[in-house]
Design a protein around this ligand. Sequence first.
Ligand code: FAD
Length: 414
Amino acid sequence: MDFEPSARSEAWRRKLQAFFDSEVLPRHRAWLDHVAVERGSAPFVTELQAKARARGLWNLALPELASDEPGTRLSNLDYAPLAEIMGRLFWAPEVFNCQAPDVPNMIALQNCATPAQKQRFLNPLLNAETRSAFGMTEPDVASSDATNIATRIVRDGSDYVISGRKWFITGAAHPQCSFLIVVGVTDGGAERTRRHSCVIVPMDAPGVRLVRRLRWMGCEDHVAPIGELIFDNVRVPRENLLGAEGEGFKVAQIRLGPARIHHCMRSIGLCELLIELMMVRASERSAFGRPVIQYDTVQRWIAESRVELEQARLLCYRCAWRLDQAGHHGAWRDVSLIKLAVPAMLQRIADRAMQVFGAMGGSEDTPIHQALAWGRLLRIGDGPDEVHLRQIFKMEAMPRWSIANSPYLATHPA
Ligand SMILES: Cc1cc2nc3c(=O)[nH]c(=O)nc-3n(C[C@H](O)[C@H](O)[C@H](O)COP(=O)(O)OP(=O)(O)OC[C@H]3O[C@@H](n4cnc5c(N)ncnc54)[C@H](O)[C@@H]3O)c2cc1C
């Protein structure tokens, strides 16, 4: 396996880095000033989007683009170094139309939508004319077990009628969110994994109610604000079914693989920033007669962070490569591996960075507290770690020897 960036990836990385340095990073302070007083992304993001798009830096995360769809065709592996650049600022992905949950929703629509659905729902997303959400989790059931999802989707003539409650739905509280993909039960009598379907529900359909906006560990998601929603006998036409009836989990899985790997790619970029922050801060502060960076403990934290980051990056690249080679099914195990490795690493590195910064590390002057919260979120948000650990354990093969007759041990047969 050769994970050196391809010439194509490297060319796009340079282009993106130049744009990031000249157009995005200089606006970061203004963005922070904006969100300190107002909810939601800063208005100048639209202007930056137009510039990015004019330079081809658009929809970079969509390897399966059809020829008539706007954007840049990159494989997952080629996209990884670009996602790292965007991951350094929480709001940067939006400039390039690469933000969650819209990208995974685009991928679900590309793979599962009818031509009419693509025209109505996918095209506006590809052009950043609208925003979207994905509604699976419910307050009343343990949603880590997706078969528990209880929202009802009942056929009634030429419509589906939807009733239920969803929460922690990223992007649903965005003022421009115009639709969400809802997972619910269409056939309660079917086998547990065939009971659910996905339907596309416009946010302005009568009966859809945004109950409240949620924050995570006190952090506001300004790019894709999180919502709790009630569906009170919401009626949508049957042509809003996404994929086939009973295939709700299949649609969900098509979007979940890319959703998880993109989160990991961006988190790796964020960890690079955290290491840089530690280096600078520790070299600028002196305690007990010498710069903090000269203390073994601090050097060790930085070196350990580097080791962990390089390991995680390689695992992430291999996962991206598998996704490119073998699709969602072929990469499933690798997705679980990085989904476990990267958020835990992010938490550890953010924790070290916070310690190096002292009190300032927990303040809003640095992104460290958000990085810590983000790492913590990813250990639950993309499916709790425990569920992935179980999957990984199940794929572990039992060796064909016993302890008594192992060729590797000094034991003797009875
Ligand atoms: C900030 C944020 C954004 C989110 N965005 C979205 C979104 O856009 N759309 C969406 O649908 N959902 C979203 N979620 C919800 C997320 O996917 C769920 O929280 C997650 O799937 C867990 O479901 P739950 O909260 O119901 O926890 P539960 O299912 O109640 O699980 C609680 C705990 O039980 C334990 N557990 C569960 N299964 C096992 C097991 N097999 N073995 C051992 N222990 C186990 C784990 O410790 C787990 O954390 C978001 C969550 C957060 C925090």
